[in-house]
Design a protein around this ligand. Sequence first.
Ligand SMILES: NC(=O)c1ccc[n+]([C@@H]2O[C@H](COP(=O)([O-])OP(=O)(O)OC[C@H]3O[C@@H](n4cnc5c(N)ncnc54)[C@H](OP(=O)(O)O)[C@@H]3O)[C@@H](O)[C@H]2O)c1
Length: 313
Amino acid sequence: MRVVEVTAYGGPEVLRMARRPEPEAGDVPGRVRVRLKAAGVNQADLRIRAGYYADAVGALTPPFVLGTDFAGRLLDPVPGMAEGTRVAGFIPWYEELTGEGTYAEVVRVAPEWLAPIPDDVEFTAAASVPLASATAQTGLDRLALPAGSTLLVTGASAVVGRLAVQLASAAGLRVVAVAHEGDESELKILGAEQAVPRGTPAEVLARVAEVAPERVDGVFDGALLGQGILPALKDDGVFVAIAPDRIPPAERGIRVEPVRATPDAARLKETLEKVAARELITRVADVMPLEAVAEAHRRAEAGHRPGRIVLLI
Ligand SMILES: NC(=O)c1ccc[n+]([C@@H]2O[C@H](COP(=O)([O-])OP(=O)(O)OC[C@H]3O[C@@H](n4cnc5c(N)ncnc54)[C@H](OP(=O)(O)O)[C@@H]3O)[C@@H](O)[C@H]2O)c1
């Protein structure tokens, strides 16, 4: 089967098309196979490829197959889902460390990672959702803010932030979104009460202070601004950090919550049903063939994309 290997830690040029034997039914106990149609390109993929997480991925050394999010068709039946069912999910890379990611035609997955994709949701849209929605939902769980609280979401134009804005607003939080300039009105449609453009930390703090002069009860830091955005938070507020290297030191009684997403099939099923019902909006920026993976990584690294880049397999 066709796969994309990371041949060494480095820039997008280290990504190479390769051929590996296709997994066979039952060859790894507890795992089933999915024939992929689409794989999302995540920030974590870029960072693993570049070697930033070499410590976290431990004994795993190149060559390995990258990729976290996937959408495709079940090759082996699982309880409640027949062969051929359209499914999506993500591989919890940091727990698995098999080096068998989703930039591949066939992956082995645990049945408990899999949610069915509703008919109305395309494979490409489904592949943009699993890791991002798990991150947004886990972050909101950890915030545990009562309805009516104010929540600042940074990186609100991107996939994780956009979902956090919508889920928080649906849960009754008053959302202040820090967005890519020009996206403010869209974020308000998605549920943000206020939206301000991104900028330097000082500029963002000044803009947030204008719309939330009493400061906010919580921060969901989708843009990984870390310590720089802490002054926007009230004493005893709560800060959700979603990257291990951007966890600010606790101060003023602030509770800092590091978040790492783990698969939750039941929740993903509900989320994809909301996407199908247009109650939750995800966004795909580009759809590119698997063979164009190096270009996909270059685009993702070049900065603002209005949504997830998805590889078509
Ligand atoms: N903990 C976990 O389990 C987990 C899982 C998935 C993702 N993550 C992390 O979550 C983050 C968001 O994921 P994503 O897929 O949505 O990423 P993404 O597409 O890279 O989005 C990053 C967002 O941050 C914004 N941003 C970057 N620098 C900024 C700055 N200085 N000021 C304001 N905004 C800034 C970007 O703005 P522009 O749009 O203007 O460029 C973009 O909207 C990633 O860093 C990823 O590593 C964590």
